[in-house]
Ligand binder design. Sequence first.
Ligand code: SAH
Length: 248
Amino acid sequence: MVVYLVGAGPGDADLITVKAVKILKKADVVLYDYLSNDEILNYAPDTAKKIYVGKKAGSHYKKQDEINELIVKEAQDRSNNKEGKDPVVVRLKGGDPFVFGRGGEEILELAKAGIDFEVIPGVTSAVGAPTSLGLPITHRAVATSFTVVTGHEDPTKPDKQVKWDFTADTLIILMGIGNIKENTQEIMKYRDGKTPTCVIESGTLPNERVIFGTLDNIADKNINTPAILIIGNVIDVFKDLDYLKAKE
Ligand code: SAH
């Protein structure tokens, strides 16, 4: 019995890996988060038990401890209840399981419970959203490095790990809209307020939208989630191209 931690990709159902689809097709149980695209669940058989463990409208997130327990319980139930074939338990997560997906915590719990697991990478929205638009995050002579960082650090931490003093040329911020005002203020201590900045809303999905601005004005724009924030001069090189303009 193996629990598969599977990356669902950035949104577009075709941007999941072939390996992930093969595993989903034989799933007995799928525990899934909020996904940018429900279509991905349809790769699993109708008979599979599908358990939503993300945020429900009007209610709270399941706590990570509860999710960990549930994955272990589903895995144990399946292995005790042999139905002739090796049961397949899938933990499906948006993007890549280990990019702000708390996948590390889940495999530690599985390891503690003595349950085998395999991790299937996914295209992270941090890279997949800009790339699918045709916006390079590195570009010769303009950007030789990028940093991916959370805009919403665990509020219970006594000391902040994110100081916003990153030196990478391109800064990519996930979960960055709720705190956009405070965070951009902090970043302006280290970067010019006129640094080209953009937001990609619902990347790779039909309602995808790009919002262009600068570090000092992006927080004033009307932004819907899910969205990633990208800061860096590389945006200026590409933003006037017709295909990118069309996404505004
Ligand atoms: N593991 C995921 C990230 C989980 S954190 C990954 O690798 O992509 C959730 C954050 O991802 C959101 O707050 C948003 O910043 C970003 N995100 C996920 N899907 C997105 C999409 N389709 N378009 C824009 N941002 C997205």
